[in-house]
Design a protein around this ligand. Sequence first.
Ligand SMILES: [Zn+2]
Ligand SMILES: [Zn+2]
Length: 265
Amino acid sequence: MFINDPCGIFCILFTYFSIIYADYVVVRWIILHTMAESIWGAFNAVLFNIVILLLSISHFKAVVCDPGSIQLPQSRIDFSDINLDSGGDNADWTICTRCETYRPPRAHHCRICEKCIRRMDHHCPWINNCVGERNQKYFIQFLIYVGILAGHSIILIIFALVNSCVDCGLDVVVQQRIVTHCVILLLESTLFGIFSSAILFVQIQSIISDETSVEQVKKQGPYRPHKPKMALLTEVCGRQHPIMWLLPCSSTPKKFDTPLINYHI
Ligand SMILES: [Zn+2]
Ligand SMILES: [Zn+2]
């Protein structure tokens, strides 16, 4: 599934360019010049690249995973004599006039993807995809790794700037390059760090407050007790141990695999 959105394609290329540049500055200009002979040099280089690997896998999965699109019907549906408020299991289903199909509760239409997406959160240009039921976990992992990478970069930059002049055997030109690259990477890391942390906070907040379900309950009438926060997080991240939630290797729960076309006619 590839969405032909120029803004999304630009954001993806910009993301990968920023990651490659950060790796180049950290390894070539910080580690090689300030801690090449210490075990900390190798430790930081390996740690930095492990985070980049995890970030890239979670980002790739968030980009290519189907966020939970509603399949279009094979033939046109006649909506004229169907009353969706008639009760029954599918009373909460709504009609999307753009897709001309039925959609389950919490599904919304995305104008960029041109589809209805199950439990759609928002369309994110940074993954050129919707954040929905099936890829929200990878999107959150991506945000966490961007935050960790930005934090690690900032620590290494501060270390490099403090230590680069201690033994001034370095060429002036080399020192200027180190400082220039460090300042650019500091700006990049600060911006990406703040941006990803803010979105991560909103994402976690929306999961544990079960926002869309609350709106759903208001419409329906019968009170559905609040689910525990861990149960809500498990719905998004899977049933495995919470530590495993950080690894971009397991799939989302199969619990959502309900039939897509499941309405009364
Ligand atoms: Zn739709
Ligand atoms: Zn979308």
